[in-house]
Design a protein around this ligand. Structure first.
Ligand SMILES: [Zn+2]
Length: 195
């Protein structure tokens, strides 16, 4: 079973930023449709796998996490085997600030431009994955920074691309993505709405 990625809309981006986002989306498609990706998601070691549904937040198994990804299930969607991405580029301090279960993915212009400067499409693909996980309903835990489902699956995207695109990866950008979830508002307590 294979999963596709589609960039449905981009707002707030210059032509160059838009081109880079499209290129990064293609890498994300390469990563998630790769033969070993499903197994890596199912078998990863997660510190926290909270998913906020309509009524409650519960933890999901690796199987369930992969099921949402391979089905392309955004919150409230039955699944079309496609990760649907809408991206809004915003001037803000943090890196990403997507509202739980709610497109568009919101990301900082400074971070996008930093990736463009470094030519690092791999980490941009990883960030798109991280933020899609929020659109799908997955949340962060303050106690498992770097080990919750959005962070781990983003790391798996980076790892999947390492062999072919490793030269692009900027270690400083990797560190920013790994260590900082503070700007991400997607915690169970602060959730907006999800279905
Ligand atoms: Zn996040």
């Amino acid at each position: 079973m294979s999963v596709d990625v589609q960039l449905r809309a981009i707002t707030g981006a210059s032509e160059a930023e838009e081109r880079f986002l499209k290129d990064s989306m293609l890498l994300l498609r390469t990563a998630v449709s790769g033969s070993g990706f499903g197994a890596s998601v199912r078998n990863a070691l997660y510190g926290y796998t909270g998913w906020s549904g309509l009524a409650e937040t519960r933890e999901m198994s690796g199987e369930e996490i992969w099921d949402r990804i391979v089905m392309g299930r955004e919150c409230g969607s039955t699944g079309d085997h496609t990760l649907d991405l809408s991206v809004e580029i915003v001037d803000m301090e943090g890196i990403g600030e997507t509202r739980l279960g709610t497109p568009p993915i919101r990301m900082a212009r400074w971070f996008l431009d930093k990736c463009i400067e470094s030519g690092d499409r791999v980490n941009m693909a990883a960030l798109l994955m991280h933020q899609w996980m929020h659109v799908s309903g997955f949340v962060h835990s303050p106690h498992n920074i770097g080990h919750d489902a959005p962070s781990i699956v983003a790391m798996l995207v980076r790892r999947a691309l390492e062999t072919d695109f490793g030269e692009e990866i900027d270690a400083q950008i990797t560190a920013l993505l790994t260590l900082d979830t503070s700007s991400c508002g997607c915690h169970p307590r602060q959730r907006h709405h999800a279905a």
